[in-house]
Design a protein around this ligand. Structure first.
Ligand code: SAH
Length: 214
């Protein structure tokens, strides 16, 4: 089976389990995940699971990218910051919805940032801006952002990141339960909307497992 057919089948499977927004579905059908995974893992690109991408990191499972994309409630023209570029796949899905020149991403590992840039250029999404550094600082130069999401788990959303979200904007990401004073181990996916007074109004969306922020 060719890549497009495999991808179509995967998205059909996701839709049986999750109700996805039509724009999320369109982006998941459009972005070639196989172009973002290492050659040796390519055969598994359209299985619904994380895969190693080097530096001890992983590309998130497709259902997690779809769920996060849905929760971000993206519209064309939204300015988006991603913390944790990894291989660039999730950023490409986001850019598919918000359009060219709107997505910025920060990656801690130099080698992953370089590979992500190559992957994105190869699929025609070379307009996504990538910075190597600590995502805890966000990316002030392009702030404010309508949407910010983290693909690595934090104790809480870092203050610079919170400051860089526009009022009415959304910040989304995995947060350690301990940081939220929720009992139990592990992480929950938290989505928070920024209020006019600058505070965040958080809601939790179930248990998740992401790599920790470095
Ligand atoms: N969005 C990615 C998922 C990457 S996994 C994808 O589609 O593949 C999480 C990524 O966060 C890893 O690449 C890891 O190196 C990065 N990361 C971890 N800590 C970070 C930090 N402090 N700042 C920026 N990136 C970080």
């Amino acid at each position: 089976m060719n890549w497009a057919a495999r991808r179509g089948r995967l998205v059909d499977q996701l839709l049986e389990r999750e109700s996805l927004d039509s724009e999320t579905e369109r982006a998941m059908r459009a972005v070639p995940r196989h172009a973002f995974v290492p050659e040796s893992k390519r055969e598994a690109a359209y299985e619904d699971r994380p895969l190693p991408i080097g530096e001890g990191q992983t590309i998130s499972a497709p259902h997690m990218v779809a769920i996060m994309t849905d929760l971000l409630d993206l519209s064309a023209g939204d300015r988006v910051l991603e913390i944790g570029t990894g291989c660039g796949y999730h950023a490409a899905v986001t850019a598919e919805i918000v359009g060219p020149g709107k997505v910025c991403s920060v990656e801690y590992h130099d080698s992953l940032a370089r590979d992500a840039g190559d992957n994105l250029r190869r699929v025609g999404a070379g307009d996504i801006s990538i910075r190597v550094g600590d995502g805890r600082e966000g990316w002030e130069a392009h702030a404010p952002y309508d949407r910010v999401y983290l693909t690595c788990a934090a104790e809480e959303f870092p203050r610079p990141v919170r400051n860089q979200v526009a009022v009415d904007g959304i910040v989304l990401g995995p947060v350690e339960r301990s940081g939220l004073s929720i009992t139990g181990n592990g992480q929950v996916l938290v989505r928070a909307r920024k209020q006019a007074d600058g505070s965040l109004d958080p809601e939790t969306h179930g248990g998740v497992r992401f790599v920790p922020l470095q």
